[in-house]
Design a protein around this ligand. Structure first.
Ligand code: ZN
Length: 176
C-alpha cells in the first residue's frame, strides 16, 4: 500500500491540478448536456469555484465524504455562488482502488448536479434529514447517468464506481 499523502497536499495544486481540470471539464460538459444548459452558464448562472479541504481546515466533513459544497454568497437562487471543496486525502485513497479519473469525475459531476438543482430551484441548500438523503441518492444517480451518457466507452467503469460510492453512503454535505 502506498503511504497516505501528507495532510497538506492539495488536489488543486500540482501534480494533480492538470488532471483535476480535465475531469472538471468532462464533468461540466456531461452535466450541461444532461440538463441542456449552455457551457457558459457555469460562469453566469451556476457560479462556483474549486478548493481543497486543506484550504478549509475548519470545515466539518462527514466521515465518508469526498467533497462538500459550500455557499459563499447566500442570495436569491439565481445569484447564489458556491465553492466545491475537495477532500483530497479521501479522494486519493479511493483513487488507489478505482483510478483517479473516475473518482474525480463522479465527485465533481455530483457537486455540479447539486449546483444546477440549487440554481434551478429543484433542491434547497438548507434541506435536512431524510429529504437530504433522498436528494443525495438522486444527485448521485444523475451524476453517474450524465457521465455514462457523455462517455459511453467508460460507462461500465463509471457505473461500477458509482455503485460502490452509493453503497458506502458517501454523502457530501454535513449533517445539519
Ligand atoms: Zn451530494
Amino acid at each position: 500500500m502506498p503511504a497516505d499523502p501528507p495532510a497538506d497536499e492539495r488536489l488543486t495544486h500540482p501534480p494533480w491540478k492538470t488532471q483535476v481540470c480535465r475531469c472538471l471539464d468532462k464533468a461540466e460538459q456531461a452535466v450541461a448536456r444532461y440538463y441542456a444548459i449552455r457551457p457558459r452558464e457555469w460562469s453566469t448562472r451556476f457560479r462556483y469555484d474549486l478548493a481543497s479541504a486543506a484550504d478549509h481546515p475548519d470545515l466539518h466533513f462527514p466521515a465518508s465524504a469526498l467533497a462538500q459544497i459550500v455557499r459563499i454568497e447566500p442570495a436569491p437562487a439565481d445569484q447564489q455562488r458556491f465553492r466545491i471543496v475537495l477532500r483530497d486525502e479521501e479522494i486519493l485513497r479511493l483513487a488507489e482502488e478505482f483510478g483517479l479519473e473516475a473518482v474525480l469525475e463522479l465527485t465533481l459531476a455530483h457537486e455540479l448536479v447539486h449546483l444546477v438543482r440549487f440554481g434551478q430551484g429543484l433542491a434547497d441548500f438548507e434541506q435536512a434529514g431524510s429529504a437530504q438523503q433522498a436528494e443525495e441518492r438522486r444527485v448521485q444517480r444523475i451524476a453517474a447517468e450524465a457521465l455514462a451518457a457523455a462517455e459511453p466507452a467508460h460507462a461500465p467503469h463509471i457505473l461500477e464506481v458509482a455503485r460502490h460510492l452509493e453503497a458506502s453512503h458517501r454523502a457530501c454535505q454535513p449533517p445539519k
